[in-house]
Write a protein that binds this ligand. Structure first.
Ligand SMILES: [Zn+2]
Length: 348
């Protein structure tokens, strides 16, 4: 059958969720089956988009992903089962009925990886000594390119110093530094090396440190310019839950202060440089419930990117803020621009 994949992707995702036995509330939300929670943070985007996104754990996908992951079967099997059940002309005969899940077991059989993660003070020490080490290394070609790239994005010297950005000037030397100073166990636990025991920031030499109460609690890497094939622009620590970028700066503001919420850390830096209060989430798709408390007293201005993920993420997040009794709205002054950096780059 032609375009079977396309036709299956168009099956109403909420209908499939209901048929699986999930309860949908407020016509577009349900308790996420992929992490443990008490209130629904999984949101459906109805057709034509026909996708789901969980603001608790960040899981995202289309109707086939939802069905496959909820049933714990592979994509191809999910595709066939959905086609048999929902597409009348499909003549596959292997699966006559949709599965009915034992919802209880779905909710309880997947402990949250984040629940198992426990931050230890040694992790901050590793991140901070790594930063010190990188800052004191001699300049290299890669460092020069990184500086040039940052300047091109409007990240000036003040911003670099203020946010304590640093660059891995020589990957091999940096990798050796870590391994000769810390145990592999600690390095893996704090996410700075991968399963093979190597520094995760292989093609991401620009490092953005996240601070909490003055200590580094997270590192995020960025490629210089566009990423090479197969890589993404950002590299996050391995197995360590993300936190909010620049969070310290909004901890003691006056009530009703305006706080910008951005996707990217560079957007956040640019706003701060221009005198605004801002934090970044690192993604339009991840907002953890336990983060709500940081925003309680403020007015939130959401300035995500002008793409589908950004627009959908902002809309869903505004609803969540409003439900939590927090004033939130979109700040559209970057309309017509891809993101905030581009806006300031073109207009200031
Ligand atoms: Zn979830």
């Amino acid at each position: 059958m032609d375009n079977l994949l396309q036709r299956v992707k168009e099956i109403d995702i909420r209908q499939v969720a209901r048929d699986l036995g999930f309860e949908i509330v407020q016509s577009r939300r349900m308790n996420c089956p992929f992490h443990v929670e008490d209130s629904p943070s999984l949101v459906f985007y109805p057709p034509p988009q026909n996708e789901f996104h969980c603001f608790g754990c960040g899981k995202h996908g289309d109707v086939i992903n939802l069905y496959a992951d909820a049933c714990q079967i592979d994509f191809k099997t999910a595709l066939e089962e959905l086609a048999t059940r929902y597409i009348p002309a499909y003549d596959g005969v292997r699966h006559k009925t949709i599965r009915k899940l034992d919802i209880k077991s779905v909710y309880t059989n997947k402990p949250l990886p984040e629940k198992q993660f426990k931050f230890k003070p040694i992790y901050s020490e590793i991140y901070e000594r790594f930063q010190q080490f990188c800052l004191t290394q001699p300049a290299t070609e890669s460092a020069r390119k990184a500086a040039e790239y940052l300047r091109g994005r409007g990240i000036d010297d003040w911003t670099i110093r203020h946010f304590k950005l640093f660059v891995i000037k020589n990957y091999i030397v940096a990798n050796d530094f870590l391994k000769s100073n810390y145990s592999l166990e600690d390095l893996k636990a704090c996410g700075i090396v991968n399963d093979k025991g190597n520094l995760v920031f292989f093609v991401h030499p620009i490092i953005i440190p996240y601070y909490q109460d003055g200590r580094i609690v997270y590192l995020q890497g960025r490629t210089i310019g566009n990423p090479p094939d197969g890589a993404s622009k950002y590299q996050f620590l391995s197995g360590v839950p993300r936190s909010i970028y620049n969070l310290d700066s909004i901890k003691k503001l006056r009530p009703n202060s305006e706080v910008y919420l951005t996707e990217g850390a560079f957007d956040c830096m640019t706003l701060v440089k221009h005198g605004m209060m801002a934090v970044s989430l690192g993604s339009a798709k991840i907002f953890k419930k336990e983060w709500m408390k940081y925003f309680k007293k403020y007015k939130i201005l959401i300035s995500f990117d002008n793409d589908t993920a950004g627009i959908n993420g902002a809309n869903a997040l505004i609803e969540d803020f409003l439900m939590a009794g927090i004033l939130a709205e979109k700040r559209d002054w970057n309309k017509g621009f891809k993101d905030i950096n581009e806006y300031f780059g073109r207009t200031m």
